[in-house]
Design a protein around this ligand. Sequence first.
Ligand SMILES: NC(=O)C1=CN([C@@H]2O[C@H](COP(=O)(O)OP(=O)(O)OC[C@H]3O[C@@H](n4cnc5c(N)ncnc54)[C@H](O)[C@@H]3O)[C@@H](O)[C@H]2O)C=CC1
Ligand SMILES: O=C([O-])CC(=O)C(=O)O
Length: 351
Amino acid sequence: MFSTASRRIVSAASSQTIQANRFFGSTTAMGRKVAVLGAAGGIGQPLSLLLKLSPNVTELACYDIVGTPGVAADLSHIPSIASVTGNVPSSGTWPPSHDTGLEAALTGADIVVIPAGVPRKPGMTRDDLFNTNAGIVKALVEGCAKFCPGAILAIISNPVNSTVPIAAEILKKHGVYDPKKLCGVTTLDVIRANTFVGASMGCDPNEINVPVIGGHAGTTILPLYSQVPGFSPSDEELEAITVRTQFGGDEVVQAKAGAGSATLSMAYAGYVFTDKVLQAMNGADDIVQCAYVESSITDAAFFSSPCKFGPDGVEEVLGYGDITPYEQAWFDKMMPDLKGQIQKGVDYANP
Ligand SMILES: NC(=O)C1=CN([C@@H]2O[C@H](COP(=O)(O)OP(=O)(O)OC[C@H]3O[C@@H](n4cnc5c(N)ncnc54)[C@H](O)[C@@H]3O)[C@@H](O)[C@H]2O)C=CC1
Ligand SMILES: O=C([O-])CC(=O)C(=O)O
């Protein structure tokens, strides 16, 4: 029996949860565990906040080398259906030989979102992060292979063009690679493109869905603005909006002036991506979103394009339709770089 006081607390909590669910869009909760690795960081904290509010998350495991007990305690006071745990490496040093903190975070996870790693400073390319982040992603994906081999992995850590191939190689070595369950998150490129078109057309950017194909670094990012109904920019505007989308990350890095790269917009993008994957796992049959996945639609082994998601992850890698000569020129420019960055990841994992 609840006392009157505790009943009041429960009912206030439920009504706030319902309001949060209305705000974020609701599907039936089905008992889904999401683990965030790098959860105390610039992306990890707001991403964990948004996932805590998702009606599709019932268990949220926050893992980082430091700080997650505090992040989890803080989040746990927000009324929603998700329970929260804060996990750190068990030995106090990283990587430990057997990390029971990582094991606890990953065991039973349906989706693992990985924003662990260092961000850029002005003047750096994403590839300049390779030497530090490759090792972090490798070790964390080894943990995923051991503790949650059936989970869908969503890699945010840069350089995504290389960290996703690294993850694939590590999963192969452990005999648990399923291409349907490994995605690089390129949603930030899509939401940037939608925002820029919305501003240009004077309409709600949430009504726009620009396919953005290729990879996630500079000119490997190719927004297909020709496929946006009603958007007819001049040649100059098309060039400006295309380049702005390709270098949107640099815009934020420069504005932050040494304090990191996009965190809030990336947290939102990571939340949108993860929640859609969860909706598809829970039976929604209309989930199509761009993701950087193993792909045979071009001669690059990994490529971002619209993908249909289903209960087991990527159900079908969709094509990207007709592209204009302008887009084809960018495509031709991108492919050698993208393939080189993929190979760099493969070589790293197979020394
Ligand atoms: N895919 C995309 O569109 C985007 C990717 N990024 C990338 O996301 C990554 C994270 O960026 P921020 O959150 O801004 O960096 P941050 O430095 O604020 O946070 C990174 C977190 O990772 C943690 N970490 C480091 N090693 C770890 C390990 N072995 N296990 C668990 N956690 C570990 C750190 O303790 C820190 O809390 C960067 O590589 C950045 O380039 C950033 C924006 C967009
Ligand atoms: O630019 C960066 O380094 C972070 C990132 O990937 C983005 O904002 O698109």
